[in-house]
Design a protein around this ligand. Structure first.
Ligand SMILES: Nc1ncnc2c1ncn2[C@@H]1O[C@H](COP(=O)(O)OP(=O)(O)OP(=O)(O)O)[C@@H](O)[C@H]1O
Ligand SMILES: [Mg+2]
Length: 410
């Protein structure tokens, strides 16, 4: 589409920037959306992510004009659209349910909007041919929706949004009816199409994999509020709260309470190994499963015992008992140890996160480095191999590290 290169059109910047200012939606005593504010720049793929009922669809519907806002302002480009009807907002929308007309052919479903906008037939046909090729539906134009697979129906819904040539497209869980394999394919197709056409997309999902893989930016919501607004990297590397930490990543980040010890903080019920400075006592420590190394019993690190292990093919999820807590580690390949085995856990200082027990907010505390010094094993995490390959190395480094390893009480 590349509208912005066409000098006849105003710059995309002016027409496609979407800006929400303190937007709220109330139904009686229910507050579905509570003072949400964010900006979507032209050409961006932004995800609204959050658990069921957090207000994602309501936010999207307010942007589309299908639901009036109770408070706040919505701008599209230079225009305040807060009170404009949907048809005047220059937006197309794809719903989870596809909303196809069962009695119309695929072709008629796709051009339905153009027809009601009185676009002349030759232009309709030309646009239909273009869009059908784009989403690979040329062979199905005469069929009825009931004669299509879920993925094909999904593409009809997409085609209908694309053919409108509105530069802004809002999508509400468009892939939730598809099986896992098709979802993966459609994720890539939608993303590629968005980039090819330079569309501005706001995409609602509760699936963090979709959010991480498709979004240029992810807006995480909880109970109608904005929890974090950042790139997928930022949400993964620096979650703003314990909720955000638990929502992004699978299995979720381990979150364990810390107790005070003689000269630092220890995992509740495991008094031997300092894992954090004293100020972290009473708060929560977060470590991602993929950042934990599982080492032999005589290595340095946090003493742990294997509860069970789940082999997933490329990797395994090992559940570990540490003091009163259960942690998960994601290890490459087969589980290195069976249930009941004693071991030690390590992680790097950069892999630690701290959150307030009281309200879950992120705390700026520098964690301890339980792994060997940088240079020797900088990238040695559980991602780098099972115990059997690291055993010797772990032994060697545990000797070598000796008392330099911070926080290990002996
Ligand atoms: N028409 C309505 N009247 C009253 N409450 C509503 C209405 N529509 C939605 N709600 C409530 O507003 C809240 C947010 O709903 P919304 O549909 O935006 O959630 P969501 O994040 O899209 O969830 P899901 O992932 O389940 O689709 C929910 O508590 C819901 O029950
Ligand atoms: Mg919804």
């Amino acid at each position: 589409m590349n509208h912005h290169h066409d000098h006849a059109d105003p710059p995309r910047e002016e027409t496609q920037r979407i800006r929400l200012e303190a937007v709220s939606k109330r139904w009686g005593s229910t507050t579905a959306v509570d003072g949400i504010g964010f900006t979507v720049v032209p050409g961006e793929f932004v995800i609204l992510l959050g658990p069921s009922g957090c207000g994602k669809s309501t936010t999207l519907r307010m942007i589309a004009g299908l639901e009036p806002a109770s408070a706040g302002r919505i701008h599209i480009g230079e225009r305040d659209v807060t009170h404009l009807p949907p048809g005047d907002r220059g937006i197309s929308m794809v719903f989870q349910s596809y909303a196809l007309f069962p009695h119309l052919s695929v072709a008629d479903n796709i051009v339905f909007g153009l027809r009601s906008r009185k676009v002349p037939r030759p232009e309709r046909q030309a646009r239909l041919a273009r869009v059908a090729a784009l989403v690979d539906l040329e062979a199905y134009l005469d069929r009825k929706p009931a004669q299509l697979s879920g993925g094909q129906r999904q593409r009809v819904a997409l085609a209908r949004a694309i053919i409108s040539e509105h530069p802004i497209c809002l999508m509400d869980e468009p892939l939730s009816n598809l099986d896992a394999r098709l979802r993966g394919e459609m994720r890539r197709e939608i993303k590629a199409l968005q980039q090819r056409l330079g569309m501005t997309v706001i995409y609602v999902t509760h699936d963090q994999v979709e959010a991480m893989s498709m979004g240029d930016r992810v807006i995480l919501m909880q109970d109608g509020r904005l929890v974090q607004d950042g790139t997928p990297d930022e949400l993964y590397e620096r979650p703003a709260s314990a909720f955000a930490a638990g929502f992004i990543g699978s299995p979720a980040m381990n979150l364990v309470p810390l107790a005070a010890a003689a000269d630092g903080a220890v995992i509740d019920g495991e008094p031997h190994c300092n894992v954090a400075p004293h100020e972290a006592a009473g708060q929560l420590l977060g470590v991602r499963p993929e950042d934990i190394r599982v080492l032999a019993e005589d290595a340095t690190g946090v003493p742990a015992r294997v509860l069970d292990a789940e082999y997933l093919g490329a990797d395994s999820i090992v559940r570990l008992e540490v003091g009163d807590q259960t942690l998960r580690a994601r290890l490459d390949g087969r589980p290195p140890l069976g249930a009941g085995a004693a071991c030690r856990l390590q992680w790097r200082r950069e892999a630690t996160h701290f959150f307030a027990t009281e309200d879950g907010r992120r705390l700026e505390i520098a964690g301890h480095d339980l792994a060997a010094p940088p240079g020797r094993r900088r990238f040695a995490t559980s991602r780098s191999g099972p115990l059997s390959q690291q055993d010797g190395e772990a032994r060697a480094s545990s000797n070598q590290v000796g008392n330099d390893t911070p926080g290990v009480n002996r």
